[in-house]
Design a protein around this ligand. Structure first.
Ligand SMILES: *[C@@H]1O[C@H](CO)[C@@H](O)[C@H](O)[C@H]1NC(C)=O
Ligand SMILES: *[C@@H]1O[C@H](CO)[C@@H](O)[C@H](O)[C@H]1NC(C)=O
Ligand SMILES: *[C@@H]1O[C@H](CO)[C@@H](O)[C@H](O)[C@H]1NC(C)=O
Ligand SMILES: *[C@@H]1O[C@H](CO)[C@@H](O)[C@H](O)[C@H]1NC(C)=O
Length: 507
């Protein structure tokens, strides 16, 4: 009995109050991060999550604040600020679009009373998505340590908050779609992007977000830049196979395979369709953002005809109710991971979102990539360089290109061999992604923040970090040496001249 009470007390004292402030109503963001919050609740912590994707079944210690009714607004906002795919937009349009599209929606979300109450409560640690500095609003009311999370390799603002190096060549921003050996033009683009982003972030985005936060919570709150300074840790989704290799400070922790769950049996109709396939199955899905861009009739008819002319069976994730030949099954949704895990699956045709790629590598499935936006361009190039995929431009490809590429990837063993190799590398890790994320969250709780992980860069003026003073000194030395050299030269020359005139005179 005594032991029970002691155990209860120990357990109780270890349980922390945690807020997870997840404001993006995008399914990939939810899938890439929410298993961490659920695992924290399973571990006994009291978790409050602001989410657009509430669970179907309730979970103990897991309180949800439902903001799913903002989903339409979110997609309208994306359409408004990103009317074209990234490669067709100017950098400044992309950056301003990123800054505006979330903040417009978040501004409205902050009016909801239950969200406001959640922000006003006390927590031991606050988890916010690294997408706009306005998410730091979750930390204005109490001094809890903050952890930033991303289902992608993290935005510049997040890396800067922890003093993590972001070299424009080693880690070009993922929206630029640069991967491998960048050309001079790519390096120029990457450098201007970083300069533009930082300037606009500091002088445009942060003040604007401050204004929105003050509108909702009064003038006496700390600035979001101050809250940002208290960021203890980042949990960014990154793996060695799908992403570029980069240096990181210890406070930036790579997490991955967060959304990989135990496989479930497929629904009967899909199971039967795949089981009885003779030449193998192709799975075609443009992901959860497929409706964001108006996929023109012309482009869709190219895809439809290509899929119909394939010698394989096809699972097509698309929103039409149309009679299809019997080798094509169309559905609005497929249990993607379980489909990818079926032994008859030959090729995955995908936009190249981070979650899809991880699932494909995990299940050793070769891919045909049709990147459109976000990190997809960079992901696609990396997969091609790893030898487990081919890539096409969805906006210019012909029916023949698509059929040929799918057939090539399905028939050649080399893509499958690479996929098997990469899968082994991806799975070879000391602990599961979710467990690692939970360990680090608890680490921050145990130490009440992680000031000992703070990078010296954060307290350094930028001219010192970029060694501008040292370079200036070298330039000055060089200049002085040149001056001395020049003086000596003119002296020697003038001496020579005097000698010459003397010689002439004496003659
Ligand atoms: C859990 O957290 C919520 C939100 O802060 C709070 O209302 C609730 O009382 C907490 N529950 C427990 C058991 O501490
Ligand atoms: C969503 O629901 C909340 C109440 O839960 C309400 O305050 C808010 O206005 C709604 N938002 C939209 C966009 O419907
Ligand atoms: C940041 O952390 C320090 C030390 O824990 C604390 O004194 C300060 O109030 C915090 N600032 C904000 C804005 O949360
Ligand atoms: C997409 O198509 C719909 C209907 O055809 C149209 O109303 C809407 O303006 C289009 N959106 C964009 C971004 O082109």
């Amino acid at each position: 009995m005594k032991l029970c009470i002691i155990l209860f007390l120990v357990n109780f004292s270890a349980a922390a109050d945690i807020l997870a402030f997840m404001v993006i109503p995008g399914l990939s963001h939810h899938r890439g991060l929410s298993p961490i919050f659920e695992e924290l609740a399973v571990e006994g912590h009291n978790v409050t999550v602001v989410t657009a994707f509430p669970r179907e079944k309730p979970l103990k210690n897991f309180n949800e604040i439902d903001i799913s009714n903002f989903t339409t607004m979110h997609f309208d906002s994306i359409r408004k600020y990103f009317p074209k795919p990234f490669p067709e937009m100017y950098q400044i349009e992309i950056i301003l679009g990123l800054f505006h599209n979330i903040n417009d929606v978040l501004d409205k979300i902050l009016e909801v009373e239950s969200v406001r109450n959640a922000i006003r409560s006390k927590y031991d640690v606050i988890l916010v998505e690294n997408i706009t500095p306005l998410t730091y609003v979750a930390g204005i009311m109490n001094r809890a340590p903050i952890i930033i999370l991303s289902p992608a390799p993290g935005w510049l603002g997040g890396h800067d908050a922890l003093g993590n190096p972001t070299h424009p060549v080693l880690t070009p921003n993922f929206v630029l779609g640069i991967e491998g050996n960048p050309s001079f033009f790519d390096r120029l683009r990457s450098t201007t992007f970083n300069i533009l982003w930082r300037t606009l972030y500091t002088y445009y985005d942060l003040p604007r977000c401050d204004k929105i936060a003050r509108k909702h919570f009064g003038e006496n709150i700390p600035s979001l830049a101050e809250v940002q300074k208290n960021t203890s840790l980042a949990l960014f989704t990154h793996n060695f196979v799908a992403n570029s290799i980069k240096p990181t400070v210890p406070a930036v922790v790579d997490i991955n395979l967060i959304h990989i769950k135990a496989k479930k049996p497929l629904p009967n109709d899909i199971q039967e369709f795949m089981d009885k396939s003779k030449r193998g199955v192709v799975y075609f899905s443009l992901g959860t953002y497929e409706l964001t861009y108006n996929t023109t009739e012309h482009r869709m008819s190219i895809i439809r005809e290509a899929l119909m002319s394939l010698p394989y069976d096809v699972l097509w994730k698309y929103h039409i109710d149309e009679d299809m030949p019997c080798n094509i099954m169309v559905k609005r949704w497929f249990p993607q991971h379980d489909v990818l895990g079926h032994p008859k699956l030959k090729v995955f045709v995908t936009q190249g979102g981070a979650n899809s790629i991880e699932q494909a590598i995990y299940e050793t499935v070769p891919m045909v990539m049709l990147p459109v936006q976000g990190d997809q361009g960079q992901n696609a190039k990396k997969m091609v360089s790893m030898g487990m995929a081919e890539m096409l431009d969805i906006f210019t490809m012909t029916k023949k290109d698509l059929t040929k590429t799918i057939t090539q990837v399905a028939e050649s063993q080399k893509y499958k061999d690479s996929a098997i190799k990469q899968s082994k590398i991806l799975k070879d890790q000391p602990m599961k992604g979710v467990k690692k994320a939970v360990w680090w969250v608890e680490y921050v709780i145990r130490h009440k923040g992680a000031p000992h992980l703070r990078s010296g860069f954060l307290d350094m003026p930028f001219y010192q970090y970029y060694l501008l003073d040292v370079m200036g000194f070298f330039l000055l030395c060089f200049f002085l040496i040149m001056v001395v050299f020049y003086k000596m030269l003119t002296y020697v020359l003038s001496l020579k001249k005097i000698m010459c005139t003397k010689k002439i005179k004496s003659q």
